[in-house]
Write a protein that binds this ligand. Structure first.
Ligand code: NAD
Ligand code: IPM
Ligand code: K
Ligand code: MN
Length: 368
């Protein structure tokens, strides 16, 4: 058929709560915008562990591989925090990234004007913020060998993880960052710890080399990761595109989310290499997790999940107009003063997950 294959993996905690609000939007778009989707839903994370005994089944990985796009929620559950690593809910997302080679995680930190008072920073520091963090997601210390926990001869133990980056891993993520920069403000800041780590030194050398050979028109700078964390808070508008490894990218993007008001606002796209047929595997998810502290209360902010679906429409389904419609609706709803708890400020109207989702859909109906 001519329908796009979409795999929906809501996961745990607030994952299913915020995904429900996307489902409403998908349903409406199918009825009114000619969006043709062939949707499959599957369990991942603790939800899959409970039923199947594993965080993600091989069939689900295969379904993901066959899909035009994967819409992912969040995985993680404190009930599974004391089991061995291969049985953790988080394995679901790590395995999807690794098996589908989802190496380039795009995390845009864009401030909606209406949220300027929800930002953790002063309005004059954060006004107009629009930065893109490109995080490498299949290498680095998350996957390097050796790893594990060893018991030593005296009975004490040691935990081991290894930071590893190869030339080709660095090159391909650098190219993604440079390509994005050309469509934005044409500036890339590469972030590592080359003063301490050989992998960081290689990172800097390879990015410098790719820049010189393929992207001399783009402005390139380098920054140590600790300084970058400080600079993001001091003057975030100095950045356009940041490219960095798996662990630093994880940390810096959570930090960047607070500049836009909340972790509940930041979507992401994770892209695999282009295949010979001109397509690529891609997964879309909010950068936040399952938020066990607020799960089940109906108060989670659904906007990061909704904006992740907008990214999916834009990057994987080539439906920029539909993506714009969602993003404009979100912007208008925020301008109208509706706020979930995480972005609440004085004088605004507090709503829960469902009311926020419905407000976005109503606004889309008005705009369409
Ligand atoms: P988290 O992102 O789940 O939550 C951090 C804080 O932000 C919490 O106080 C939470 O209530 C709040 N928050 C997050 N999303 C929100 C939203 N949409 N609306 C309002 N508030 C929101 O991080 P955590 O608490 O460190 O981790 C919880 C679990 O999630 C862990 O098991 C972790 O491994 C997992 N996790 C999964 C993913 C993923 O699926 N890709 C991402 C991050 C964390
Ligand atoms: C994220 C999460 C994951 C990561 C965890 C759940 C494995 O924090 O998607 O940002 O560290 O990549
Ligand atoms: K997530
Ligand atoms: Mn994270």
């Amino acid at each position: 058929s001519d329908a796009y294959k979409l795999l929906v993996l809501a996961g745990d905690g607030i994952g299913p709560e915020v995904m429900r609000e996307v489902a409403r939007i998908v349903h409406w778009m199918s009825a009114h915008r000619g969006l043709k989707l062939d949707i499959t839903e599957e369990l991942v994370g603790a939800a899959s562990l409970a039923v199947h005994g594993v965080p993600i089944r091989d069939e689900v990985i295969e379904l993901a591989r066959q899909s035009d796009a994967v819409l992912f929620g969040s995985v993680g559950d404190p009930a599974w925090s004391h089991v061995s690593f291969d049985k953790r809910p988080e394995v679901a997302i790590l395995k999807l990234r690794k098996e589908l080679e989802l190496f380039a995680n795009l995390r845009p930190a864009k401030l909606f004007d209406a949220l300027i008072d929800a930002s953790a920073l002063k309005p004059e520091v954060v006004r107009g913020l629009d930065l893109m963090i490109v995080r490498e997601t299949v290498g680095g210390i998350y996957f390097g060998e050796p790893r594990g926990i060893e018991t030593l001869f005296d009975g004490s133990r040691r935990g081991i993880n290894t930071e590893v980056y190869t030339t080709s891993e660095i090159e391909r993520v650098a190219r993604v960052a440079f390509d994005l920069a050309r469509k934005r403000d044409n500036r890339v800041c590469s972030v590592e710890k080359c003063n301490v780590m050989e992998s960081g030194l290689l990172w800097k050398e390879v990015v410098t080399d790719i820049h010189k050979r393929e992207y001399p028109d783009v402005q390139l700078s380098h920054m140590l990761a600790d300084n970058c964390a400080m600079q993001l808070v001091r003057d975030p508008n100095q950045f356009d595109v940041i490219v960095t490894g798996n662990l630093f990218g994880d940390i810096l993007s959570d930090l960047a989310s607070m500049l836009t008001g909340s972790l509940g606002m930041l979507p992401s796209a994770t892209l695999a290499p282009l295949r010979a047929d001109g397509k690529r595997n891609a997964l879309y998810e909010p950068i936040h997790g399952s938020a066990p502290d607020i799960a089940g209360k109906g108060i989670a902010n659904p906007l990061a999940q909704i904006l992740s679906f907008a990214m999916l429409l834009r990057y994987s389904l080539n439906r920029a107009e539909d993506a714009d419609l969602i993003e404009t609706a979100v912007s208008n709803v925020l301008a109208s003063g509706l706020r979930t708890g995480d972005i609440m400020s004085p004088g605004m109207a507090r709503v829960g997950t469902e009311m926020m989702g419905q407000a976005v859909l109503r606004e889309m109906e008005k705009l369409a």
